[in-house]
Design a protein around this ligand. Structure first.
Ligand code: IDP
Length: 151
């Protein structure tokens, strides 16, 4: 399985509820690398582009208003199979249908306040990383656990 990158984002409700460390900790402790991270309040334009596939749906306006209402934490994660793994760890779009042990299954009950986003495919990940990060904001680093650096 090749190393991949994906885009995950703690949405405004996740930030407001103090879940940033708890959510990111699950990915770090599992072994995925954080290679890009920023906190920002997205413009409506950025939020609309991010959720462009939903334009025209009844919930689109509310979704864009909510995402642009407060700070989010956007993260580029890297690792083997990380795109599918992040979706599995996230859980279903409807939190009440998310299994316990998933992030939404443990932290959310409302679809409109489901705490986190994760790219749903390799192509979406490429698009979303490009939308939220400049090239130079995604870094490359090697873990001290990756090689025999210690005597
Ligand atoms: P995902 O976040 O699990 O990838 P998507 O279908 O891409 O789910 O939807 C994006 C976000 O839009 C969801 O996380 C949810 O917050 C919101 N959403 C999706 N469908 C509905 C709906 O039918 N009503 C209200 N909000 C919705």
């Amino acid at each position: 399985m090749a190393s991949e990158q994906t885009y995950i984002m703690i949405k405004p409700d996740g930030v407001q509820r103090g879940l940033v460390a708890a959510i990111l900790g699950r990915f770090e402790t599992r072994g995925f690398q954080i290679v890009g991270m920023k906190m920002l309040t997205p413009t409506k334009e950025l939020a609309s582009s991010h959720y462009g596939e939903h334009e025209g749906k009844p919930f689109f306006g509310g979704l864009v208003d909510f995402l642009s209402s407060g700070p989010v934490v956007g993260v580029v994660l890297q690792g083997k199979g990380v795109v599918a793994a992040a979706r599995m760890m996230l859980g279903a779009t409807k939190p009440l249908e998310s299994a316990p042990g998933t992030i939404r299954g443990d932290f959310a009950i409302d679809m409109g306040r489901n705490v986190m986003h994760a790219s749903d495919s390799v192509d979406s990940a490429t698009r979303e990383i490009g939308l939220w990060f400049k090239k130079e904001e995604v870094v490359s680093w090697t873990s001290c656990a990756a090689g025999s650096l210690l005597e």
